[in-house]
Ligand binder design. Structure first.
Ligand code: HEM
Length: 426
């Protein structure tokens, strides 16, 4: 089943529903950049309160924001029918994700227990509503490699959320959960490698061949990779708790799975049939190169204990994974999804003849997207540099801010074209 071909106008939610997520996300990227400029110590230690606020501005405010919007758009297609109470689910999850993320960031920055309490209620409630609706759709969906990837990603989100809530209860002073160090490690692993990476992998099986006109992924890889990664995450948590000596072995297997995905994607992209320049392709390539860099940085830590124990090591991994991989792939996807939806709704609402409305490619000027990609690339290089040379942090944050702002302006330009041609949002 193709997600694009399967999209019928009756099943599709109104444009406003995913759009509010897509237009909010760049503002959190801007907030993350502002945090780096305002408090460069965010890049000095992973446990600095500013670093934890930065992590969640990126993981919740930017990444989860786009991923929830995209899933609310895609789930009716995979389930073959509309999402239950789609508008209410979107409204509740959007408002609580925005306010809950701000509360969590405030909690970290101010060490304020009450802010953690508010974050627990908002993020716990908002994600619970989203997870309930997503589970109903995913239970109805016909199994396939993409649906399986999405199921495991959503399950990982539930695990991440529960562990995150437990850790926040600790910070609010309401509960002292056991095995805190393991809980933090498992929360980070299920959040980054489960929710974020598994969702990208599940979606990649569909969108890389479709958008970049490549041959399909090797069927065996597509069948096993997501399940193997999820099983390794469970093993990782179990090893942390019961058998710490096995952790490096599980980590090596996780690195192998990541390597397999990145190499397979880069190979497919080098064999694409239409060799036209495309910003989304560049974003995906940057994302895959960053995944490879994560594996190299991890490998260096296995042989060089001083590096493994340094403050810079986990921060560099975080910058490469979040900024270089996840933010890049998500930006690349936004540049496909938003123009496609603008074109799709305009076409369906106006019953337009070809030529009377802009094509998908005309929704956002290629030159502006490329300019934004270059800024993002420069921001990634500077951020990685700033982990090693802190004097680069302000420049890194400033370039990231410009890139976030231009992303927002670019997405808004598609929305302006849509409404300029008489498109309706709801
Ligand atoms: C859903 C996506 C999420 C991702 C990807 C994510 C990721 C992370 C990461 C990577 C860390 C550890 C930072 C480090 O090890 O340097 C962390 C810590 C933390 N997260 Fe999340 N997180 C998510 C959601 C949440 C939610 C929903 C909450 C709470 C409501 C939360 C609360 C926390 C807390 C309290 C810590 C700090 C642990 C401590 O030091 O006390 N997270 N998160």
């Amino acid at each position: 089943m193709s997600l694009q071909a399967g999209l019928s106008f009756e099943q599709a939610p109104p444009f406003a529903l995913p759009l509010r997520f897509f237009l909010t996300a760049p503002l959190f990227l801007l907030a993350a950049a502002g945090l780096i400029v305002w408090a460069p110590e965010a890049l000095a230690s992973r446990w600095a309160p500013q670093a934890l606020a930065l992590t969640h501005a990126l993981t919740l405010g930017f990444l989860a924001m786009v991923m929830l919007g995209a899933l609310l758009q895609m789930l009716p297609v995979v389930a073959g029918e509309s999402l239950p109470a789609a508008r209410r689910v979107a409204w509740i999850s959007h408002v609580s994700l925005v306010l809950g993320t701000l509360a969590l960031m405030t909690g970290f920055l101010m060490a304020e227990p009450a802010a953690f309490g508010i974050a627990i209620l908002l993020l716990g409630g908002g994600f619970a509503v989203f997870l309930a609706a997503a589970s109903i759709s995913l239970a109805r969906a016909v199994a396939g490699v993409t649906v399986n990837g999405i199921r495991l990603a959503v399950l990982s989100l539930a695990v991440t959320l529960l562990l995150g809530l437990a850790l926040a209860l600790l910070r609010a002073g309401w509960w002292f959960p056991p095995a805190i160090e393991t809980a933090i490690a498992a929360h980070a692993a299920f959040g980054l490698l489960g929710w974020v990476l598994l969702l990208v992998i599940g979606v990649a099986w569909q969108v890389v061949p479709m958008f970049q006109i490549t041959p399909p992924y090797p069927p065996r890889l597509a069948r096993w990779l997501a399940a193997a990664l999820f099983a390794l995450l469970l093993l990782h948590a179990a090893a942390l708790l019961f058998f710490p000596a096995a952790v490096p072995i599980v980590d090596a297997a996780l690195a192998g799975a990541i390597l397999a995905f990145a190499v397979a994607t880069l190979r497919l992209q080098s064999r694409r049939r239409r060799k036209l320049a495309d910003v989304t392709l560049d974003y995906w390539r940057l994302g895959m190169a960053s995944l490879l860099a994560c594996v190299v940085v991890w490998l260096a830590a296995q042989f060089w204990p001083a590096w493994a124990d340094s403050d810079a090591y986990p921060l560099l991994l975080g910058v490469l994974f979040l900024g270089g991989f996840a933010v890049s792939v998500v930006c690349g996807m936004l540049y496909k999804i938003v123009p496609f939806l603008a074109w799709f709704h305009l076409q369906a609402q106006l019953q337009a003849k070809a030529g009377s409305i802009p094509t998908m490619k005309e929704m956002i000027a290629e030159r502006r997207m490329r300019g934004q990609f270059r800024l993002h690339l420069a921001a990634c290089v500077l951020l990685a540099g700033a982990v090693l040379w802190p004097q680069l942090a302000i420049a890194a944050g400033s370039v990231l801010a410009l890139s976030a702002l231009l992303l927002w302006v670019n997405l808004l330009s598609a929305v302006r074209r849509f409404s300029g041609y008489g498109g309706r949002f709801s």
